[in-house]
Design a protein around this ligand. Structure first.
Ligand code: UD1
Length: 383
């Protein structure tokens, strides 16, 4: 039996962990035993509990309840708690997902105890070290033993940093194994899409059934804490909604929500346009989000996960950033980088509404990434 300790903490990690845990339960329960540790980085019910319930993720054996703080305090407390859990669980490997502070803490705590790190979603790069996620990715990849990349670009990025697949096992952090296995989030979209469309009440509740609308999300510090950027994005949303007479639905991450509430109380013009058709709603569950994505005409986002889900749902995506890790989406023409520029966002969304793209080749695998990853974990030699 292989004993894995899985570290999760932030919303996108619950979604990825759901796919792997489901396949462990269904196909690998005789060979893999998983214990889950939740750092508590995301703690609001709408950011955490609802995902565990809806996606049937096993109850975490550990919850560190770390919450929000400066990066140093948040990550430091996580390392301390994860280290204690590793010492008491003695896992064969520690699984970390993506690029959050919880990923970094898990990778550092495990590698310093010489426990193999299994990094899922390895090799992605934005080449922008101002983003905390970029630091987290680079550091986690360099201390990992098994690296699972969802795209060929990810594998190439790793080789440019000297991380290449070793032809001889056992793999270790001095002799890394790099595997191209597709994207767990695609597994989940395929698994949950029909259920979401059949059961989620959100389109009916928002009166969106059979009506065109745009879906938008904004949560990155560069777009929320930088007020000029946030205002520029809000102006773009107002303008598109008025010019195209289309509703824009914006589910709010708690950080964005608290900033919007503050700006509302200051009465800024961007939040006070009576003809705007922009509607803010609270953060939604995974099934509601999939449902909203499936019906949208265009998706505007600064989230990495939502960019990919747009692709899975065959929707064009306007990326509210200057660069992206998911370069294949931009290269295909089905996505465009606009940053926070009002003019660029309005033009891009308008073009996609007029002539939506039609071809979405399978760049994120076949929807069986979890099985492929677990086949490697259970058949390769690693230490
Ligand atoms: C984190 C990840 C980011 C990911 C995002 C997904 C890092 C560095 N960033 O960013 O890569 O895209 O999750 O959502 O790890 N807050 C709440 N309730 C919560 C969670 C957060 O109110 O349940 C608020 C707090 O005010 C906090 C702020 O959101 O200060 C930021 O939370 P934090 O977890 O530090 O980072 P995210 O922005 O969520």
């Amino acid at each position: 039996m292989i004993n894995l300790l899985t570290i999760v903490g932030a919303r996108p990690q619950f979604i990825k962990a759901a796919a792997l845990s489901r396949v462990i339960r269904n196909e690998f329960h005789t060979t893999v035993n998983e214990v889950i540790l939740h750092t508590g980085q995301h703690y609001d019910a709408s950011m955490s509990d609802v995902f565990f319930k809806e996606m049937q993720i096993p109850e975490p054996a550990y919850n560190l309840d770390i919450g929000s703080d400066s990066h140093g305090i948040q990550t430091g407390k996580m390392i301390q708690g994860i280290e204690e859990a590793i010492i008491s669980e003695k896992p064969d490997g520690v699984v970390v997902y993506g690029d959050t502070n919880s990923t970094l803490a898990g990778a550092l705590a495990a590698s310093k105890l010489h426990v193999p790190v299994l990094h899922i979603e390895a090799g992605l790069r934005s080449f922008n070290k101002q983003m905390p996620e970029e630091i987290n990715r680079i550091t986690s990849d360099h201390v990992s033993t098994l690296l699972f990349s969802p795209t060929k670009t990810g594998v190439k990025n790793l080789s440019l940093e000297g991380i290449t697949h070793s032809k001889s096992s056992p793999y270790s952090f001095d002799n890394q194994g790099v595997f191209h296995c597709g994207d767990l989030m695609y597994d989940n979209t395929l698994f949950f899409k029909n259920l979401a469309i059949d059961t989620s009440p959100i389109l009916k509740d928002l009166d969106l059934l059979n009506r065109p609308y745009i879906l938008a999300t904004v949560h990155r510090p560069a777009n929320t804490d930088e007020l000029l950027n946030l205002k520029s994005i809000l102006r773009a949303l107002n303008k598109i909604s008025i010019e195209k007479q289309i509703r824009v639905i914006l589910p709010l991450h708690p950080r964005t929500s608290s900033i919007i509430n503050k700006l509302k109380s200051e009465g800024i013009p961007e939040l006070n346009d009576p003809s705007s058709k922009v509607q803010f709603i609270t953060a939604v569950s995974f099934l509601d989000m999939i449902c909203l994505e499936s019906g949208a005409s265009v998706i505007l986002t600064d989230s990495g996960g939502v960019q990919k889900e747009a692709w899975f749902m065959e929707k064009p995506v306007v990326v509210l950033r200057e660069e992206t890790e998911w370069v294949e989406i931009i290269q295909s023409g089905n996505g465009i980088l606009t940053g926070a520029s009002t003019e660029k966002i309005v033009e891009a969304a308008g073009n996609y509404i007029e002539s939506p793209p039609t071809s979405f080749p399978p760049i994120f695998g076949k929807g069986r990434a979890a099985t492929e990853i677990l086949e490697v974990i259970t058949s390769a030699q690693w230490m």
